[in-house]
Design a protein around this ligand. Structure first.
Ligand code: MG
Length: 368
């Protein structure tokens, strides 16, 4: 089985809410997503997707992803996609870094491995734990009362876990957390995610002000040492996200007692193959995980569901259904949210069929 052609598509993903805003005044109105298609000599096609959270969240941007794919794709022509780790080695020997671009190609290989073995990707990643996976809803940064209203709205839609986008003015952030906490009832989970937006003195003020509330604090500052200093002054459970990109950073933070849970984003760490490695390590270390990506549509959501559903329930802090945030469906068969949960497809591979009319013509094509 060989890859004989690789197509790359670009898709715009507008938002139901119109805009997504987070720390430091950053926002995105329309997400720029990239879909890859691996076409094989036996007629099977595998798909992957990668969608950065705009150009100023992580050190990655959509046009850069496609430039990296132009470097990587020719090296994979002729490769056997079933050899997931050999494909990954070829990518690493072709281009240093660029985990987001590698994530899309890696995802497509898992889709193919599932199709050729007639198994869903979650089965290949470890099995199926429980009936469904609990999701969180990200609450875009806004005025405190508007964010509390969003929490109530999404709670009515079935969500029980909420991630507030803070990391702005500390006084207003305290009000945001207090207002959102007041909108919750027993069993709900609230996370205040600063997305690196606070300086340490600001973070210390916020975590001290909300110490009596049942709230998690996520990635308060940009630097690891700053996060660690805030963590040591914080009475609340702590999540690290932006800092955790590989095994080394995970082990360092674990050794320092720097967090109680970690956020694993597929494209941040290099795709399903690398995310599985970190997931298994987190299970061994006793760390709960948010399993998600930076953003995406139906294909990304299917891959998140596969990894999340194959993770033991005790370690699943939460996951994300990005396809419910965007107005455009790029594939049939992707998991759909129900009462604040989703479930991985039982079909082989990722279980998705791309909508050709939405993908349109490829922006790049590579063939043997
Ligand atoms: Mg985060």
């Amino acid at each position: 089985m060989k890859i004989i052609r690789i197509d790359v598509f670009q898709v715009d993903l507008p938002l139901h809410e119109g805009r997504y805003s987070w720390a430091g005044g950053k926002s995105v109105d329309v997400f720029d997503s990239t879909v890859v298609r691996l076409v094989c000599d036996n007629g099977l096609t595998g798909h992957g997707e990668v969608c950065p959270l705009g150009p100023v969240y992580l050190p990655v941007f959509a046009a850069g992803v496609r430039a990296a794919l132009a470097e990587l794709a020719p090296a994979l022509l002729g490769a056997d996609p079933r050899g997931i780790d050999t494909v990954y080695l070829t990518m690493d020997q072709t281009l240093k870094g660029q985990p987001a671009a590698k994530s899309a190609l890696d995802m497509a290989c898992w889709d193919l491995l599932g199709q050729v073995t007639e198994l869903p990707v979650h089965a290949l990643l470890g099995g199926r734990f429980g009936e469904s996976v609990s999701l969180y809803r990200a609450i875009s940064q806004d005025r405190p009362e508007a964010m509390a209203a969003r929490v109530a709205q999404y709670r009515a839609e079935g969500y029980r876990r909420f991630q507030l986008k803070v990391g702005g003015d500390p006084d207003e952030d305290i009000q945001r957390i207090e207002a959102a906490a007041a909108a919750l009832t027993g069993g709900d989970i609230l996370v205040a995610d600063a997305n690196t937006g606070w300086l340490p003195h600001q973070a210390r003020r916020v975590v001290d002000a909300v110490r009596g509330l049942d709230v998690y604090i996520e990635q308060p500052c940009l630097g690891y040492e700053e996060c660690l200093s805030v963590r040591r002054a914080c009475a609340r459970p702590f999540v690290l996200d932006e800092f955790i990109g590989d095994v080394e950073s995970l082990l360092r933070a674990q050794r320092d007692g720097a967090m109680d849970a970690v956020n694993i984003k597929l494209s941040k760490v290099g795709g399903l193959t690398r995310a599985r490695q970190l997931r298994d390590l987190c299970v061994s270390l006793g760390l709960a995980m948010t399993i998600e990506d930076s953003w995406g549509g139906d294909i990304t959501t299917a891959a998140i569901a596969a990894l999340a559903h194959s993770t033991p329930e005790a370690f699943r802090f939460t996951a994300t259904d990005f396809n419910s945030y965007v107005t455009r469906s790029i594939a049939e068969g992707a998991p759909q949210r129900s009462e604040g949960t989703f479930a991985a497809s039982r079909a082989s591979g990722l279980g998705i069929t791309p909508r050709e009319d939405v993908l349109g013509e490829p922006v790049m094509r590579f063939r043997v």
